[in-house]
Design a protein around this ligand. Structure first.
Ligand code: FE2
Ligand code: FE2
Length: 253
């Protein structure tokens, strides 16, 4: 690396992310203008809540043995990788030329595979099947309020990913209209997921941490670990992390 060149933050590196105070709802994406939380805000949160040391893949196992690591920390770690993959996808989009390129579809298919496999099938399933269920048992209805907003945004994200997958799989070269659809779907998906992640990091997860009793949090932690072990045993976790790393390396300078 040239002296003074920016250092690429790889997924395997240490991440220490300090989230800006009160920024959860500062920006409204085109796709999510009407999907904000109501009732709660990031205001009044303790500084400690905003200074989250996010464990990374190489150190997750040892850190999880510490008593102060919460189940939601595991989800926030995954958010960091999803954000980097979105950075990579936007970087890739910016490099596309005006003419059709056969490699474009293959690369788009790799992004779709990562987002479907990691962000949706793995991360969103942990939220929908474990976290939101636990929150539902402790006073957060699934049909209204923040959980319903999060579920709606997961579905909205799936619709953008389906559109991207259609473009990745179509036999014909991309037309100008296809390219417009591609740019629209990438930008909307990226904006949606970034704001969704902010809402979860700054509002939803702290609400869960505050409301769920210790026993429920420990059970959630155990279930997340079991899922991760299952994911590792199948080889899917390694495949997706390697794919995420490859996309980041290829498209973030
Ligand atoms: Fe989510
Ligand atoms: Fe999430």
């Amino acid at each position: 690396m040239a002296p003074g060149a920016p250092q690429r933050q790889s997924w395997g590196g240490e991440l220490r992310r300090k989230t800006p105070r009160g920024s959860a709802f500062r920006h409204q994406p085109q796709a999510t203008a009407n999907h904000n939380f109501t009732g709660n805000s990031a205001q009044g949160r303790r500084d400690a809540d905003l200074d989250v040391v996010v464990p990374v893949r190489s150190s997750v196992t040892s850190q999880r043995k510490e008593k102060d690591v919460k189940a939601t920390d595991m989800l926030m770690t995954e958010h960091r990788l999803i954000e980097r993959a979105l950075d990579a996808m936007e970087g890739w989009l910016a490099t596309l030329g005006p003419e059709g390129d056969s490699d474009d579809k293959a690369e788009l298919a790799r992004f779709v595979s990562f987002i479907r496999g990691f962000a949706d099938a793995y991360h969103h399933s942990k939220e929908e099947d474990i976290l939101f269920v636990a929150m539902g048992e402790h006073g957060f209805p699934r049909e209204a309020g923040p959980i319903s907003v999060m579920l709606h945004e997961h579905d909205l994200g799936r619709s953008f990913v389906s559109a991207l997958n259609g473009l990745a799989q179509q036999p014909a070269s991309w037309s100008d209209e296809d390219r417009g659809m591609l740019a629209h779907a990438v930008r909307e998906l990226s904006t949606l997921l970034r704001q969704h992640i902010q809402k979860e990091d700054l509002v939803l997860y702290p609400m869960a941490d505050a409301r769920l009793p210790q026993s429920a949090q420990e059970e959630m932690f155990r279930r997340f670990q079991a899922l991760e072990e299952q994911h590792t045993a199948s080889g899917e976790r390694q495949r997706l992390l390697a794919l995420g790393d490859a996309l980041i390396a290829a498209h973030i300078r």
